[in-house]
Design a binder for this molecule. Sequence first.
Ligand code: TEU
Ligand code: CA
Length: 559
Amino acid sequence: SNKTAWWKKSVVYQVYPKSFCDSNGDGIGDLNGIRKKIPYLVKLGVDVLWLNPIYASPQVDNGYDISNYREIEPTFGTMEDFENLLAEAHEAGLKIILDLVVNHTSDQHPWFQESRKSKDNPYSDYYIWKDEVINNWGSSFGGSAWEYAEERAQYYLHCFAKEQPDLNWENPKVRQEVYDILRFWLDKGIDGFRMDVISLLSKDQSFPDGPVIQNKAYGSYYAGCANGPRVHEFLQEMNREVLSKYDIMTVGEAPHTNADEAALYTDESRKELNMVFHFDHMHLDYDENGKYATNRVPLVALKKIMTQWQDKMHECNGWNSLYWCNHDQARAVTRFGNDSEEYREISAKMLGTCLHMMQGTPYIYEGEELGMTNADFTRIEEYKDVEALDIFKDFTERKGFSKEDTLHLLHLKSRDNARTPMQWDASENAGFSEAQPWIRVNANYKKINVENALADSDSVFYYYQKLIALRHELPIITDGVYELLDAENEKIYAYLRKGEKESLIVLCNFTDETVEYEVDESVKAERSELVISNYKDAPEKFASKITMKPYGAYVYYTK
Ligand code: TEU
Ligand code: CA
């Protein structure tokens, strides 16, 4: 069983290559930039790097539109650069997982270039073609999910941009092509994959209309794509034919998948994936427009969802991914904490404690360990993301929002919040590049940067370094059973991690108030040493009454 699988004791660091470090002065991050920063990542103490897509791509969706799966995107570097990065990472004790995007390809991929020509060539059935628009599905990035191709005189499905045609997974040839791509990279020695929108691979072949939600112009494709009829059959085939032959880790991005469904992907006896990313905690601050109404996440709802996933993954012998942020989401400290001058660092440390003491594999998104914040863009021209530009168009032109309100929504919600350049130091462009970066650096880089963090023993960086070290040192953090306390408390997140020999209690104050907290009387402490806190003057010993300072995080042994 996966009892002691290496990925159960690992902390993953997500590198968004385009925004991490530019080594050749073109304003775009690249592989040699990542190589330069290996010592930094080793110092942080992480175990695995997840690189967002680095394959040849026209970059319509920043690499999630792949035109050649066996070639490195030239702006990121060469295959030799990648092999050097992999060797140097392994040398330094870091594993690398790549991003597998096989729900769709780029429309520039040779398969699609052929498929769109006619109905009777070897690639005609690699994609999903219909004689007319057969349902109301809309693309994630605006417009209908069906696009007309003149030459073939048919429509093709694209759940994302029209430059991202969906592959036809019903076609066994497509599946074998994908398995060959997996082997190509695994045989180079990579350590696994993050799998893009893996829950969408199997479409309901009746292609039913989807519900029109969040007063969108089209129906949601999730009805016909999410967790479709054959998705588990496909993943079990992928596991049987490829994944099971390597000592790797797999994490599937599973939009629109609840905990019960996720058990079918992660229950190790089903031999599909090791874990999935869910989105249940990423939609708590949406309003009926499908974007943020406020930038406050209701804590009781958050606790309920995190607990549901902890319980379910424990019950089904699955495993959790743990994250607050990624390249598609707003930054953690702005969204779940408090990015004001006074509380940014203390709340970033609290969020790190709350997540890293849970059961599962934690993911740190580049810059989260610095307490980097949402972008400070004030004009639509500063946004680069295909999704942000569609939101702006749709909200101002169709939904009647003002530019100001729409820009406020983008400040809270846009994926570009996480894609501004990594802030290395206070030099021009934050040390990210010698040239004008492809997207503007956040003006707070003079204060929030790696150089300052490494010079400050109290920085978020060193606190994350401690959290990561604790996970490596204390088995209770990997194996302890999670139990929520005080579910209805709207300010404090309190939970236990219970083991045979040791137990912990984790207390996190999600507010800027000092809270006199009384721990549930059911908690009988046989031990009381402090494990970690973001306040230096935290009580050294656990007591059932504790004064919790603003955004205070306190972890004690109770056994
Ligand atoms: O994202 C899948 C997905 O569900 C996105 O719609 C995401 O949840 C949304 O944009 C959040 O605002 C994956 C990748 O992570 C994303 O970067 C790609 O754009 C998308 O698939 C298509 O490949
Ligand atoms: Ca570059």
